[in-house]
Design a protein around this ligand. Structure first.
Ligand SMILES: *[C@@H]1O[C@H](CO)[C@@H](O)[C@H](O)[C@H]1NC(C)=O
Ligand SMILES: *[C@@H]1O[C@H](CO)[C@@H](O)[C@H](O)[C@H]1NC(C)=O
Ligand SMILES: *[C@@H]1O[C@H](CO)[C@@H](O)[C@H](O)[C@H]1NC(C)=O
Ligand SMILES: *[C@@H]1O[C@H](CO)[C@@H](O)[C@H](O)[C@H]1NC(C)=O
Ligand SMILES: *[C@@H]1O[C@H](CO)[C@@H](O)[C@H](O)[C@H]1NC(C)=O
Ligand SMILES: *[C@@H]1O[C@H](CO)[C@@H](O)[C@H](O)[C@H]1NC(C)=O
Length: 312
């Protein structure tokens, strides 16, 4: 028990969080894919920028795909396998998989025009109330920001981009409807979480082009996100939008038509494998900070004592 605690303390301090300031070169990024936007508008190949929500009234309404992680992002970020891929990026911006893996409600579907046709969401992800452990359970109960996502990786179009339907929902007791202005607010708060700044409508132009940039970290991985507010993918409209009557505010349409396109680069790799890269830059650093040396000096004799004790 005591040794467990000690090794926990030690690993906490010697792990990536403590070495966060140790100098490591940023990994090289491929330049070849930067010439395009890193996604293809689903509409150009028979898809849609609206999801299909089940059981809507009237039938056939959907939710806007109002944020996209561009396929120009680093391959680690776009990887859906391994501990250090997309889910780790989501955790860095304060979003986690659903409460205890429980999913309530029917899946939404979408057609990204990539050749897969209309398919179920890959996953539903919730804001974690600053608690990566059980915070998404708070979200499920109290409502909050959340999104569903789909990957544009069919055989016709394979950008690897992640299309996200972001909205801020009411508590479970109110059937998880969307709060007033909840699509635009959900998008802005997600971008705010990813770039570490509060974003309000006065910060961006409705004609698009505004960029926000900032960095986030989780589990030793640090990401630089650049969000570009983009027009031309969605209209500023209430047509076809789920919950349009309660979401629209101040005589404005339910959605403002802006899509936040996120380009995410890894600026520091932590430990843990990812499917697409070598772990070379995650090799343990031999250069420790003064605090780490101090911790080592304090903890080492105690560990030695317990080791001796266990050996006897
Ligand atoms: C899509 O999700 C629904 C539940 O909402 C499930 O019944 C169905 O089997 C899923 N389809 C596929 C192809 O996974
Ligand atoms: C697309 O991505 C999904 C989610 O990772 C995966 O299940 C599927 O196999 C991928 N499809 C292709 C054609 O790579
Ligand atoms: C992060 O997200 C929460 C919940 O959506 C929101 O209340 C908060 O303002 C966001 N933080 C920033 C800096 O945008
Ligand atoms: C965002 O605004 C809230 C409330 O005004 C404040 O507590 C928080 O520090 C702000 N966050 C950032 C990143 O500016
Ligand atoms: C926006 O609305 C116009 C006029 O109804 C339509 O032609 C266009 O396809 C719409 N664009 C999108 C992205 O839905
Ligand atoms: C990954 O590491 C192995 C063994 O060190 C090496 O042979 C290989 O070339 C590396 N691959 C890349 C993509 O760097």
């Amino acid at each position: 028990m005591a040794t467990n605690l000690l090794s926990l303390l030690l690993s906490l301090c010697l792990s990536a969080s403590c070495t966060a300031n140790a100098a490591r070169g940023a990994p090289p990024t491929p330049l070849s894919r930067r010439d395009s936007t890193g996604y293809v508008n689903p509409v150009t190949n028979g898809g849609s920028m609206l999801t299909n929500a089940p059981n809507t009234y009237p039938a056939g309404l959907g939710e806007p795909l109002n944020a996209i992680i561009s396929g120009n992002s680093d391959s680690d970020v776009l990887s859906l396998t391994g501990d250090s891929g997309l889910n780790n990026y989501f955790l860095s911006i304060g979003f986690g998989t659903e409460c205890l893996g429980i999913h309530e409600g029917d899946a939404q579907t979408a057609n990204l025009g990539d050749g897969k046709g209309t398919v179920n969401e890959t996953a539903e992800i919730r804001w974690d109330y600053y608690n990566p452990g059980l915070g998404t359970c708070t979200e499920t109960q109290q409502g909050g920001n959340h999104f569903r996502y789909w990957v544009q990786n069919g055989t016709n179009v394979n950008t690897g981009a992640i299309f996200m339907a972001v909205s801020y929902e009411l508590p479970l007791a109110q059937n998880h409807d969307i709060v007033p202005n909840g699509y635009n607010l959900g998008r802005d708060w997600l971008v705010g979480n990813a770039t570490s700044r509060n974003i309000t409508t006065s910060d961006y132009s409705t004609s698009g082009g505004t960029q926000f940039s900032g960095s986030t970290s989780y589990n030793g991985w640090t990401y630089q996100t650049t969000a570009t507010y983009t027009t031309g993918l969605l209209n500023a409209t209430s047509d076809g939008i789920n919950h349009y009557a309660t979401v629209a505010v101040n005589g404005q349409p339910a959605i403002d038509g802006l899509v936040a396109v996120l380009e995410v680069k890894v600026t520091q790799k932590g430990s843990g494998s990812s499917s697409s890269s070598n772990k070379t830059s995650a090799a343990p650093s031999l250069v420790y900070s003064p605090i780490q040396y101090l911790t080592l000096a304090l903890v080492a004799p105690i560990i030695a004592f317990f080791a001796l004790y266990a050996a006897l």
